[in-house]
Every structure is written in C-alpha cells, then in structure tokens.
Design a protein around this ligand. Structure first.
Ligand SMILES: *[C@@H]1O[C@H](CO)[C@@H](O)[C@H](O)[C@H]1NC(C)=O
Ligand SMILES: *[C@@H]1O[C@H](CO)[C@@H](O)[C@H](O)[C@H]1NC(C)=O
Ligand SMILES: *[C@@H]1O[C@H](CO)[C@@H](O)[C@H](O)[C@H]1NC(C)=O
Ligand SMILES: *[C@@H]1O[C@H](CO)[C@@H](O)[C@H](O)[C@H]1NC(C)=O
Ligand SMILES: *[C@@H]1O[C@H](CO)[C@@H](O)[C@H](O)[C@H]1NC(C)=O
Ligand SMILES: *[C@@H]1O[C@H](CO)[C@@H](O)[C@H](O)[C@H]1NC(C)=O
Length: 458
C-alpha cells in the first residue's frame, strides 16, 4: 500500500508541475505558532514563446487534507521563452527577475521561505535540448540559479516530457470540469464519478492529444495509467513535437521555399492576398524541425526572401497536407508520422490556440463550426479573404491576421485526417478558452494524495 501511495504521489506530483507536491510539502500540520491565513506556491510555466509566473494561495489551516487553491497573482515577463535566450549568457535567468521581484512583494515576507517555487519547461526547451543539449542545460542551470537567489523554497527546474505535458493537460481539463472531484457547498469533496473528456492542446512548438481509451495502446510510449481519486484511468497520450503553431508556420514556409526555390519572390497560398513580408532565408532553417530541409546548394542564409500571399484554400491545403506524413504505419492504425492512435472516443476539449482559431472562424465568417464540413467551409472562406477584408472584420487581431488561414487549414488536416474526427465525433469537441491550471482564476484542487487515502479508508 505504501508503495502504491508513493507511486500515486510521484505521478500526480509530476503531472501537476509539482503543485500537488508543493501542497504536500507545505500544508502545515499543527505546528504553526501564529494563526496564519494563507500559504503560497509559485509556478513558472516556461513555454516556447513566453514564460508565465503564477502565484497560488490556499488557506493555511487545513486539517482535512483538502483545500481550495486560488490564484493569487500572475506575472508575464517581457521577451521570449527561456529557450530563446540560448547562448546569451545570463539572459534567461535575467528575464525572470522582474516577476520574481514581484513575487517577493506579492507574498508576505514571513511566508517567503515556506513558499515552494518550481519551473516546468515544455516543447521550446525540448527542441533546444535536441539542437544543443549544452545550451539547454546551461539555460536550465541559469534559471535555477536565478530562482535560488530569491528567498523562496526552490523545488527544481525541469523539462517536461511530451507524455507528461499531454497527461498534464488532460488532468488539468478534467480538474477544472470537476470530473474527478467537486467541492460541495457543505464543505466536502465529492466524487461525481463522471466521464472524463479528452484534451487537445496546441502550443507554440508542439501539439498534444490525450484521452481515455478502452482499446489496446499498441505503442507503450503512448500509454499512461493514472490512479486519481480512487479511479483508474487508462490514457492514450501523444505529443507531436514540431506541430506547435510557430513550428508549423516555419515548416510550411520551409516546404514552400524548398519547392519554389529559395531566392527572390515566393507565393504563399496560406497567406491572405494583399499580405507580403520580407525575411531572411536563414530564419526558416534555424530549428530542429526544419534543419533537415536546408537547401543543399546555393543556399545563402542572409539572402532576403519576399513572400507574397495568394490566399488559395486548395493550394494551402495541398501544401499543409505535405508537412504531415500519412503513409506507412507500423501498427494496426496510425494518426500520422507513424504514430499509433486508437479511435478517438468520448467528448473532447480543444483549448489554447485551437480556441482562438475556432472563434476567429466563427466570428469572421458567421459559420457555426461544429462539423468537419463546416470547418472546411469556414476555412475556405477565411483563406479567400484578403488581408484588408480581415482587418475590417477583426481589427484587434491585426498582428496575427496573416496566420489564420494556415492555422485553420492546419486544424482541419490535424483533426479530420490526422486524429480521425468524423461527422459523429467532431461535434463532440468543445472549443474552450485556454483552460490551464496555470491561468484560471479559481481552481478547485484537492490534495489528491490525502483524498484518495480517505476514499480507500472509507
Ligand atoms: C473536515 O472538514 C469539515 C468541513 O470543514 C469539518 O466539519 C470536519 O470537522 C473536518 N474533519 C476533521 C477530521 O478535521
Ligand atoms: C535532454 O535530452 C536527453 C536525451 O533525450 C535526455 O536524456 C535529457 O534528460 C534531456 N535533458 C533535460 C534537461 O531534460
Ligand atoms: C518581387 O516582387 C516585387 C513586388 O511585388 C517586384 O517589384 C519585384 O520585381 C519582384 N522581383 C522578382 C525577382 O520577381
Ligand atoms: C503548394 O503551393 C504552391 C504555391 O502556391 C503551388 O504551386 C503548389 O501546387 C502547392 N502544392 C500543392 C500540393 O497543392
Ligand atoms: C475504429 O474505427 C474504424 C472506422 O470507423 C472501425 O472500422 C474500427 O472497427 C474501429 N476500431 C475499433 C477498435 O473500434
Ligand atoms: C473569393 O473571393 C472572391 C472575391 O474576393 C469572390 O468572388 C469568390 O466568390 C470567393 N470565393 C469563395 C469560394 O468564397
């Protein structure tokens, strides 16, 4: 039993960016001298395009081992993700200072040394660890040093695996939907025993799919068993590195450049008509996701490339499909890129960038997007809009307008051809604003370890 508990503890702690561990470590028992009001925890979510710092608080007088955790404050440092400071001595650590300084002000001084702090990095750092393990280790070491120079209780800085990130998203979504537990009005944690929902996440450098399945998971790397709140869950989870937003755009451009030649002018069917941009060819091949496509002859990374949008849905779809690989599958069935996937089952929640794409499609076209056919119709309409038409319909999205055709077509290929959502399963996807444990205002997070022990005993 002790071994099992330990296992539960480790899994959950890992999944929740160590938040649960934080709670376990710092929930006071009865040795507090003064009646404290709150305990605090700090999580630094180091994504590929930016880092966010969240401070949580929870009542310090818990005896039951359950508590309502709420977000206290948050902070978004200026600049890019920590991986973008690779090779710039001291910069990654320095980029966190403004937020850590804020934390020292937001958390009462008497609580500083009791406040655990943890940094979890995702796909941006996984990519850096591929292109330069030395730089990635350096960046992690540096942010670790910076965090340790503050008076908090340092718990570590680590890169989450794709599997951990996928499962983390799934646990988060289901916590927030109260599918595991519910804090009743009478002050008890209840187990609603509901069905869980699958999670579809779209980050800057990777995309994840995670759901409960009864089918056999033929590739054990994509299988995860969780024991949460007295229930066993058998998950399928896969994280596709290089299929995050920024990397998809880069790969698509690299693909077009390789196909059309890498000098002079280029036509981009996923950019809207009337949009053009000039860039250095070298910026397309600087990522582990595109480096293999670097032109072999006459390649000058400094050469300027002029890219002009043509807003053509069919050509965009054709090129987008080519950045996936749908042939050869070593298992009974695959999503793409030789990755096993059982049939999707149950309801899903698509969040982060998927929500914004879906919302943009619906509001600019007036089409309700609830089936694959409607997704195609709306994507076709968005790709056919010129940049000035888009600007009229969605002026506040100005800096991102050029990306919506590509992002919509990507979503279509990924969901329908890749994951295999069809007329029946697609309508069971709900698109929700970024549901992250790390950025909702109020979360009901029980201290799962204690709770599951209660359940066993009762
Ligand atoms: C647990 O919490 C409830 C509600 O806050 C309280 O009524 C009960 O006495 C607590 N139990 C223990 C063992 O402290
Ligand atoms: C970097 O990748 C290697 C090889 O996959 C892995 O062993 C190592 O743990 C990774 N580094 C970090 C800091 O996660
Ligand atoms: C590239 O496009 C610009 C503007 O669209 C045009 O002025 C220029 O002549 C073109 N260059 C080539 C090599 O086609
Ligand atoms: C990719 O885009 C280019 C430029 O618009 C076009 O010529 C080509 O036919 C497209 N490829 C596919 C497979 O649609
Ligand atoms: C998966 O779906 C396909 C097509 O809908 C179906 O033929 C197949 O039997 C399903 N597999 C399982 C294990 O349910
Ligand atoms: C695309 O837009 C043009 C005018 O901008 C319009 O004539 C055409 O019908 C549109 N096509 C589709 C498929 O919406």
């Amino acid at each position: 039993m002790a071994k099992r508990r330990c296992h539960i503890f480790v899994t959950v702690a890992l999944l929740l960016f160590g938040i649960v561990a934080i709670l376990l470590l710092t929930i006071p028992t009865d040795d507090l001298t003064e009646p404290p009001e709150f305990m605090y925890g700090i999580v630094l979510d180091a994504g590929s395009s930016h880092t966010a710092m969240y401070i949580y608080k929870w009542p310090a007088d818990k005896q039951n081992g359950t508590g309502v955790v709420t977000q206290h404050t948050e902070c978004h440092p200026k600049g890019g993700g920590i991986s973008s400071y690779a090779g710039q001595q001291g910069e990654a650590g320095r980029s966190l200072k403004s937020c850590l300084d804020q934390a020292t002000r937001d958390i009462p001084r008497a609580r500083h040394h009791l406040t655990p702090v943890y940094l979890g990095a995702t796909a941006g750092m996984r990519l850096l660890n591929i292109s330069s393990p030395v730089q990635s280790a350096q960046v992690l070491k540096e942010v670790g040093h910076t965090i340790q120079s503050y008076p908090f209780n340092y718990q570590g800085a680590a890169i989450l695996s794709g599997q951990e990130e996928g499962a983390y998203g799934w646990v988060t979504v289901n916590y927030l939907l109260e599918n595991f537990i519910k804090y009743g009005f009478v002050g008890h944690w209840l187990s609603p025993g509901r069905q869980t929902v699958g999670a579809l996440d779209f980050g800057g450098a990777s995309t994840q799919i995670t759901f409960v399945t009864k089918d056999e998971v033929e590739d054990k790397r994509d299988r995860m068993k969780l024991h949460l709140y007295g229930h066993d869950y058998s998950l399928y989870t896969h994280s596709f590195l290089c299929y995050g937003r920024d990397q998809v755009f880069k790969r698509l451009l690299a693909h077009l450049v390789t196909a059309q030649g890498h000098t002079g002018n280029m036509s981009h069917p996923c950019f809207p008509a009337g949009y053009s941009v000039i860039m250095k060819v070298g910026t397309l091949f600087d990522s582990p996701c595109t480096v293999a496509q670097t032109p072999s002859s006459g390649y000058n990374p400094q050469a300027a490339l002029s890219v002009e949008g043509s807003g053509d849905y069919d050509l965009c779809l054709g090129n987008m499909t080519e950045i996936f690989s749908f042939h050869s599958c070593p298992f009974s069935q695959c999503s793409f890129d030789k990755v096993f996937q059982p049939n999707v089952s149950g309801s899903f929640m698509a969040f982060s960038a998927f929500f914004y794409i879906h919302q943009f499609l619906q509001t600019t076209t007036g089409i309700l997007v609830a089936t694959p056919a409607q997704l195609e119709e709306a994507a076709r309409a968005v790709c056919n809009m010129s940049i000035s038409e888009m600007l009229v319909l969605a002026p506040h999205q100005k800096p991102r307008l050029q990306d919506f055709c590509a992002a919509s077509v990507f979503t279509k290929v990924l969901f329908t051809r890749g994951y295999g959502f069809d007329e029946i399963s697609f309508p069971r996807i709900s698109f929700q604003k970024k549901v992250s444990l790390l950025d909702v205002n109020i979360i009901y997070l029980s201290i799962s370890f204690f709770y599951s022990r209660y359940q066993h005993n009762h």
